[in-house]
Design a protein around this ligand. Structure first.
Ligand code: 173
Length: 500
């Protein structure tokens, strides 16, 4: 490796224009001149760092190997002598100071008693852009809210006197042991919210026997996540299918080689939804906003970070591709983002091993129904055809799950397990690995109590008769408000920040 050049800060600074643009990332120098117009996030953001160290801006948005795999090796110019790079003294804004102070005054983890608490803390302590990206959903955000409401339209029919001294909520998902009937669903760009990103999930999940689904667009690289695993830890992989199928083939086969136990192909995102909270954030503070005002046409690049980095996703993906996936991997294949009985039947008949009834956390087609509601019609339709129950075809639900009681409802109605995304994300953004461990502990406590109260000692004892889902498909239920009661009811409060 003696032929690797060492470059200095002043040398790199010479190349700070569109005609010759060098940047430093992770201690290495790259010539990105020819790549400027190909950059999915636009050239402008790169030019902002032309001749400088771009690591800090690069890190949350890209997996560490993005630049090395996308740029031909002749553009890898060498390593930087970091002592020669002028330190950029960054002014800490008043907003940032306030945010850091709030981070210090977070409620102690002991005071966090439910998933909503993590969300409240995250909303306060996350950088604005991260919160906008994570929390946003598409269009009018009807579906994201419906995801919660759907669970409230299902009521329990608990059974009593069943000797519930011991209850067991452990399960298997795709034949893999799981300490909860819950898996950590994929969420992208974890480093926007915490410097360790998705590794916080990995470490907590490994310690507590929970399965993590790794996102194609995680901030941590796939290998860094797998390398951090506990012995025997189980992972699934969420897949965005690349227009270049060779890239997808290599990625999938690499994952299989490294022991991933299930391939969850996202099928509800041929184009990314318009998440307006995220989009608006780009117009505030960025000069991009001014440009749009002037009627210039760089708008597409400014539609939020997710849209900028999602251009590789292949919108031509179709049922015809399923046999190809089957031919490249032996991992179980699951289609993530099924929203109707019709497609559940097609999925079954295509020979995949499972489906996730999901609307992508309300981030794709707005006013798509909740996964829980879709579950009802899917189970009926599959049962009619003799496709359900089938131990080799599992049904999962995600979206809006905040309580073990939600999970129990989905399982009673036929789901094998549920995916939980944002709550775990908010847990690690607010408290790192420990936050995720706490979230898992909260689920455990809730499972214990709810299973006892429901009269189910194991998950196998959950049955459709334990819930009344007759109102689930009713989207508007007119109930006159009981004002006297509403006005006297004292709302629950959230965990309190320390007084400064
Ligand atoms: O929901 C998302 O934000 C998402 O799935 C995604 C897709 C592409 C890039 C980043 C995130």
């Amino acid at each position: 490796m003696s032929d690797v050049q060492t470059l200095t800060g002043p040398e790199v600074e010479q190349h700070a224009s569109r005609d010759s643009c060098w940047i430093i990332v992770h201690g290495k120098v790259y010539d990105v001149t020819d790549f400027l117009d190909e950059h999915p996030g636009g050239s402008k953001i790169i030019l902002k760092y032309a001749g400088k160290d771009a690591t800090e801006a690069y890190e949350p948005i890209h997996p560490p190997d993005a630049i090395t795999t996308n740029l031909p090796t002749e553009k890898h110019l060498g390593v930087i002598d970091i002592t020669t790079v002028a330190k950029v003294i960054k002014e800490v804004s008043e907003d940032e100071k306030r945010r850091l102070a709030l981070m210090d005054a977070r409620p102690p983890l002991d005071n966090i008693i439910n998933m909503h608490d993590f969300e409240t803390v995250a909303r306060t302590v996350l950088p604005e852009k991260a919160w906008a990206y994570y929390s946003s959903a598409s269009d009018d955000e009807i579906t994201i809210r419906e995801n919660r409401l759907a669970y409230q339209r299902v009521w329990f029919r608990p059974r009593i006197l069943r000797d519930v001294s011991s209850v067991d909520w452990s399960s298997t998902i795709l034949g893999q042991k799981s300490s909860l009937p819950v898996y950590i669903s994929a969420t992208a760009l974890g480093k926007l919210g915490h410097p360790d990103g998705e590794l916080c999930l990995t470490k907590a999940a490994g310690k507590h026997g929970v399965i993590q689904m790794i996102a194609t667009l995680a901030s941590c690289s796939f290998d860094d996540i797998i390398d951090a695993a506990a012995p025997g830890q189980t992972f699934f992989l969420q897949l965005y299918v690349n227009r270049d199928r060779e890239i997808t083939r290599k990625y999938v086969q690499h994952a299989e080689k490294r022991g991933v136990k299930g391939l969850f192909i996202t099928v509800d995102a041929p184009q990314l939804g318009r998440r307006e909270k995220d989009m608006r954030m780009k117009f505030v503070g960025d000069d991009a906003g001014a440009k749009v005002q002037e009627g210039q046409s760089d708008v597409k690049k400014d539609q939020g970070v997710a849209r900028a980095i999602s251009s590789f996703i292949d919108p031509s993906l179709s049922w015809k591709d399923i046999p190809w996936f089957r031919s490249i991997t032996k991992m179980p294949i699951i289609l993530k983002g099924i929203a109707t009985a019709e497609d559940a039947i097609l999925a079954y008949e295509s020979g995949v091993q499972g489906i996730v009834l999901s609307n992508h956390g309300g981030r794709q087609l707005d006013t798509a129904r909740s996964g829980l509601e879709v579950l009802l019609e899917v189970v009926v339709a599959l049962r009619q055809r003799g496709y359900f129950p089938n131990p080799n075809f599992e049904i999962y639900v995600d979206g809006g799950v905040r309580r073990a009681s939600d999970v129990l409802k989905a399982i009673a109605l036929g789901a094998k397990a549920v995916g939980v995304g944002r709550p775990f994300l908010y847990a690690f953004c607010s408290y790192g690995q420990e936050g995720v461990e706490k979230a898992i502990q909260i689920f455990r406590d809730e499972f214990e109590m709810n299973m006892r109260l429901l009269g189910a000692r194991t998950l196998n004892e959950l049955e459709p008769e334990m819930v009344d889902a007759t109102a689930l498909t009713q989207h508007v239920v007119m109930v006159p408000q009981d004002n006297l009661y509403q006005n006297t009811y004292q709302p629950l409060t959230v965990a309190q920040f320390k007084q400064s």
